[in-house]
Ligand binder design. Structure first.
Ligand SMILES: *Cc1c(COP(=O)(O)O)cnc(C)c1O
Length: 227
């Protein structure tokens, strides 16, 4: 617990530093704690340090691990690929879905909603085959033409996973591409409360912040290596 508190403070400091280097305000950057494979108790420990936003990548894990009655202010978002047949469950378990990667999935989610619900659209910015996400800006924009008509879906921003084995240049290229897509969506669709550019993980959050990220998703650096 003491160790977790120390890691947490180190990361907050490091995010602040990265923000300053990029000429931005530390308060511009939000930390999402990625708690996949970690216990609910570890999440509560971090919550008691002041962390509110958590990310998980699997519906089933959350269903088994996290009770529906959660401490006040705790928010849990899905950041992993969601199969359409789990959309109903996801809407019950999560406060937002940051990994919407197809129009079909967006429609499915909308169908289960009866409350305003924040989503991010995921763009594939690296060429790794297995990775989910809209495969091009054009595909993302056509989906937005439809999603913008939704009653409940609130498009809050964009998300990407940078190339995991890329060099600095490749990583920057991916992040800068998402930043451009973000600006283009803002200009073309101006979704209300569009404010989130989610990119950067333990290994690449400094570069992401330099390229404009305002939400970094950190697991390993907070909790240690996953088993
Ligand atoms: C696991 C995961 C993270 C966190 O990765 P770390 O390298 O442990 O910081 C961030 N985003 C997504 C989508 C993930 O699946």
């Amino acid at each position: 617990m003491i160790e977790l508190r120390e890691h947490y403070q180190e990361i907050l400091d490091s995010l602040g530093e990265a923000a300053k280097i990029a000429g931005r305000e530390p308060s511009d950057i939000t930390l999402m704690a990625v708690s996949k494979t970690r216990t609910y108790q570890e999440m509560l420990d971090l919550y008691s340090c002041g962390q509110l936003l958590f990310g998980e990548n699997r519906v089933q894990e959350v269903q088994e691990k996290v009770p529906l009655a959660r401490p006040e202010g705790m928010r849990l978002h899905l950041i992993g690929h969601l199969q359409s047949n789990k959309a109903k469950k996801a809407v019950e378990l999560f406060d937002g879905i940051d990994s919407v990667d197809s129009l079909k999935l967006a429609k499915k989610i909308e169908g289960y909603l009866s409350r305003p619900f924040p989503i991010l659209l995921e763009l594939k910015t690296a060429q790794e085959e297995s990775k989910s996400g809209f495969s091009s800006e054009d595909e993302l924009f056509s989906a937005l033409d439809v999603i913008m008509q939704s009653t409940y879906l609130q498009v809050r921003g964009l998300m990407t996973i940078g190339p995991l084995d890329g060099d600095e240049k490749m990583v920057r290229t991916a992040f800068s591409r998402l930043r451009k897509a973000y600006d283009a969506v803002q200009k073309r669709f101006a979704p209300p409360s569009f404010d989130t550019l989610s990119m950067g993980m333990s290994s690449d959050y400094r570069l992401a912040i330099e390229e404009g990220s305002n939400l970094v998703r950190i697991g390993t650096k907070l909790f240690g290596k996953r088993g």
